[in-house]
Ligand binder design. Sequence first.
Ligand SMILES: Nc1ncnc2c1ncn2[C@@H]1O[C@H](COP(=O)(O)OP(=O)(O)OP(=O)(O)O)[C@@H](O)[C@H]1O
Ligand SMILES: [Mg+2]
Length: 143
Amino acid sequence: MKFTARNENELVENIWSVLTKKVAPSIKIGLTGDLGSGKTTLVKGLAQKLGIKEPVTSPTFTISKQYNTNDNKWPILRHLDLYRFDDISKRDLEEISEIINLENGLIAVEWIENMPKLFELMDFHIKIKVGQKYERQVEVTDL
Ligand SMILES: Nc1ncnc2c1ncn2[C@@H]1O[C@H](COP(=O)(O)OP(=O)(O)OP(=O)(O)O)[C@@H](O)[C@H]1O
Ligand SMILES: [Mg+2]
């Protein structure tokens, strides 16, 4: 599925409507797109949708950041950012796979292409391309 988002809000709303069609105890999304394309912005928007009040910032010194939501279906949001993981050891992969295998919420992985093996654990691949100004071309692939 492809769509053009004219602003941040459209990006979040469209993705939220795709995700909420899925009735499952967990949902896992891999996010790709250039620096500044909107991956973190999307995760922040989804966090808001889940009723998370605390500020969501990209995990930089930890592999994963975790938030309690106000959502009955998906009680936990886990946010991973693999930007710095271009040299991945087997141990890193095991540790990260373990987090991703938890089945109790929404898991979003930025820069997942740095660990391509993780794609097989995802439900969706969301690709964001920068267009003019606030415009983003988005491709959602069901995995
Ligand atoms: N339609 C849009 N969707 C998402 N972000 C947008 C949009 N229009 C403008 N922006 C802006 O683009 C920037 C996206 O930055 P963001 O940190 O989300 O990117 P990122 O993909 O996470 O980058 P990085 O790879 O560095 O983590 C923000 O400043 C955001 O306000
Ligand atoms: Mg980011």
